[in-house]
Design a protein around this ligand. Structure first.
Ligand SMILES: Nc1nc2c(ncn2[C@@H]2O[C@H](COP(=O)(O)OP(=O)(O)O)[C@@H](O)[C@H]2O)c(=O)[nH]1
Ligand SMILES: [Mg+2]
Length: 358
């Protein structure tokens, strides 16, 4: 299963975030290296559309989409040179399909570490850039030699040369605006800085009121390259332990709405290229996960392989329209169900019923 690696400097709040998202119990402690192993866990992806459909259908069961996180042990300056635990940290990052960078802004004299999130980003990215530069250098000289005898390697060499220049300038590959062909050619090298990134600025309780100011340096630095979310991890982790009524009251009082944790799970889900279609009925309402761009039969196969094998057609309607009409039968009676065939590219938020025959 694909997963998103939670990465950051020691004491940035990675384990606290991971636990809050996944209900996990990784040690959260005020000393560096309290986590030295990678731990994985599953987070539910909260979805108002699903809740609304479940209420409409009076479903007995509601099944959310999920996304898998890995709490990767802390990265420090010097990790790229492979000293101490460095190698293990980098291996944990290499295994992830996308990265959630936890950047510390919160101030706490009892917790060692810097409080400038842009500085965290710079240190982290430098380590990842150095590790990638080493991989690219080694492969570049090997491939250049091989390309002399095998002209088909020219594209790969060109891609490596391009990213070599980018890394030498200290730029992570994901921020270099490389074209799709270059990124495809670099795929086999699983570069650490070519993974999609989501940045979480870990805010102190006293910074929440002025979140935008504390996030601004990171937002400016990353531009369009990555989404940036501000989360008071500790506050939200504490809130997550309350019962739902008390939690809503606390979040309301703090002006945090539903809180930022659900947004982190959703952003991670999207970052991995995942999209949701829905099914609804009195038995259950459910969010199903498909890859962006998938066609109807492939999506049917997510429910069951028989539905893909024997796919005839899909009846489809956007969740909002279905909700407005009030029920599947009402939508059918109103002639609002679309009939879609094998080539239909399913859209995020479609509600589907699959017709099949095996
Ligand atoms: N004051 C404050 N402390 C935090 C916050 N987030 C994490 N911490 C504390 O920072 C320490 C390190 O957190 P941890 O999640 O273990 O960091 P990790 O090393 O990145 O996994 C723990 O003592 C946490 O309680 C926060 O938002 N505010
Ligand atoms: Mg930790």
């Amino acid at each position: 299963m694909e997963r998103i690696g939670v990465v950051g400097l020691p004491n940035a709040g990675k384990s606290a975030l991971f636990n809050a998202l996944t209900g996990g119990s990784v040690a959260v402690a005020a000393h560096p290296f309290s986590t030295t192993e990678t731990t994985t866990g599953i987070a539910q992806v909260a979805d108002d559309r699903l809740e609304a459909l479940a209420a409409m259908s009076k479903s007995r069961k509601t099944v959310h989409a999920t996304v898998e996180f890995a709490d990767v042990a802390g990265l420090t300056a010097g990790s790229a040179s492979g000293e101490g635990l460095g190698n293990r940290f980098l291996a944990g990052i290499r295994e992830a399909d996308a990265l959630c960078l936890v950047l510390r802004a919160f101030e706490d004299p009892n917790v060692v570490g810097g409080t400038d999130p842009r500085e965290d980003l710079a240190v982290l990215e430098l380590e990842l850039v150095l590790a990638d530069a080493e991989v690219v250098d080694a492969n570049l000289s090997r491939r250049r030699r091989a390309a002399k005898g095998d002209k088909s390697l020219a594209g790969e060499v060109a891609a490596l040369e391009q990213v070599h220049g980018v890394l030498q300038a200290g730029t992570p590959a994901y921020r270099a605006g490389l074209d799709a062909a270059t990124r495809a050619a670099l795929k086999p090298f699983s570069l650490l800085t070519d993974k999609p990134v989501l940045a979480v600025v870990n805010l102190g309780e006293d910074q929440v009121d002025d979140a935008a100011t504390h996030m601004k340096p990171v937002v400016e630095e990353l531009g369009d390259a990555a989404e940036v979310l501000g989360v008071s991890v500790q506050l939200e982790a504490e809130a997550a332990r309350l019962d739902p009524g008390e939690r809503a009251e606390l979040m309301e009082a703090l002006g945090l709405g539903q809180g930022a944790l659900p947004r982190v799970a959703r952003a991670a889900y999207h970052l991995l290229g995942r999209r949701t279609f829905l099914t609804t009925g009195d038995k259950e309402s459910r969010a199903w996960t498909f890859r962006a761009g998938a066609r109807a039969p492939e999506c049917a196969g997510v429910i069951h392989s028989d539905l893909q094998r024997g796919f005839i057609r899909a009846e489809a309607i956007g969740w909002e329209e279905l909700l407005a009409l009030g029920s599947w039968n009402a939508a059918k009676a109103a002639g609002r169900l679309r009939v879609e065939g094998k080539d239909y590219e399913v859209v995020d938020g479609d509600v589907l019923e699959i017709r099949f025959n095996v």
